[in-house]
Design a binder for this molecule. Structure first.
Ligand code: UT7
Length: 326
């Protein structure tokens, strides 16, 4: 094997807004129940950003923790890549504000929009830029304030989502070129716009000039989610020659416990190696995977050397997977 550059995770961080909205509080305003939400989704609570608390605030807090864990200084950071569908403004990229607020000197910063697949997309792009030497290190952040685009009168969607942010700090490192290397080992991305209207926001700068609200055909999303994510997860594992059943951790996008369980069953991954944070975070879109990674690390369950399989799907549909060694 020839030595090759790998994007290795050096730090992880997460941040959730202080306000917790439990299922029990919802029936006061909405025809729903804790029992329905728990049975159909596994969600018990979600965090909501306070008035004036923006996606950039959550992103900055999560990124700061990732840098602290890596013992990295702002001037060490090359690229800042922010996966979000709820930017502070239509433009400029929220990543530019995050970069400035963290005191990182000028350099590349941009947002990436692939909704709930945003984090696997961003990680895959960062991996490419690190392996080609375009940047020596990268902050890859998923941050969302979905509470701002929910129709709080639509019980079929508003109970499902929450706000939050998670971040990884990655460094480019020359390693041996084998599957024992630490860092990103394989990535797979895909999208199919034939499903554009199964999960979308009914507004936007070019169409209505308004922000709009999230609309979803939940059953259709559910059906595609299991098939697309399992095929994508199998593909990254095939590329590296390791069956999904042998990963140490499976960290799928956290949207619905039933989807997570069905995926794990299909991939043959035992329960104790599957991340489940949807009960406390709900669906935080691009933030869900890095937030789950942060929980696993801080509970001392995810450790250096573990093989980790990430998989996500969201509006578009867009989906993808990343296999990495922590
Ligand atoms: O992050 C992007 C990925 N998004 C997802 O992965 C979401 C995927 N989809 C899902 O998670 C599920 O489809 C949902 C949780 C959204 C819905 O679960 P479901 O088992 O597919 O329920 P359903 O949509 O078939 O609705 C069943 C019933 C309906 O009533 P009727 O027509 O049977 O009388 C709904 O009106 O449940 C009703 N319902 C609710 N009842 C109480 C829908 N939302 C609620 C609610 N509380 N919040």
């Amino acid at each position: 094997m020839r030595p090759r550059l790998r994007a290795r995770v050096a730090g992880v961080g997460g941040h959730l807004p202080a306000r917790v909205l439990t299922n029990a509080e919802l029936p006061a305003h909405l025809d729903t129940s804790d029992a329905w939400i728990v049975e159909r989704t596994g969600i018990r609570q979600r965090h909501l950003a306070a008035e004036g608390e923006l996606t950039s605030d959550l992103a900055v807090a999560a990124a700061r923790r990732a840098l602290e864990m890596a013992d990295a200084r702002p001037e060490d950071v090359g690229l800042v890549l922010l996966a979000t569908s709820t930017p502070d403004n239509t433009f400029p990229a929220t990543a530019t504000r995050v970069r400035e607020r963290l005191g990182i000197p000028p350099g590349p910063a941009f947002d990436l929009q692939a909704v709930c697949a945003g984090f696997v997309y961003a990680l895959s792009v960062a991996d490419s830029l690190l392996r080609t030497g375009t940047a020596k290190s990268a902050l890859v952040i998923g941050a969302e304030t979905f509470s701002r685009i929910l129709d709080w009168n639509d019980r079929s969607t508003c109970v499902l989502f929450g706000d939050g942010a998670g971040a990884l700090y990655l460094v480019a490192e020359e390693q041996t070129g084998t599957v024992l290397d630490r860092g990103v080992l394989a990535t797979h991305l895909s999208a199919d716009g034939r499903h554009y209207h199964q999960l979308y926001v009914d507004g936007g700068p070019s169409s209505t000039g308004t922000v709009g609200h999230l609309r979803m055909n939940g059953r259709e999303v559910f059906r595609h989610a299991v098939a697309a994510m399992s095929a994508s997860a199998e593909e990254v594992c095939r590329r590296v020659g390791i069956p999904p059943s042998e990963v140490d951790w499976f960290v799928p996008h956290q949207a619905n416990l039933r989807i997570i369980d069905a995926l794990a069953r299909r991939l043959g991954i035992p329960d104790e190696r599957v991340a489940r944070t949807v009960d406390r975070h709900a669906n935080t879109s691009a933030a869900s995977i890095p937030l789950a990674l942060d929980v696993l690390v801080h509970e001392d369950r995810l450790r250096p050397g573990h093989l980790v399989l990430l998989s996500g799907i969201g509006g578009g549909f867009a989906w993808g997977s990343v296999l990495l060694r922590w």
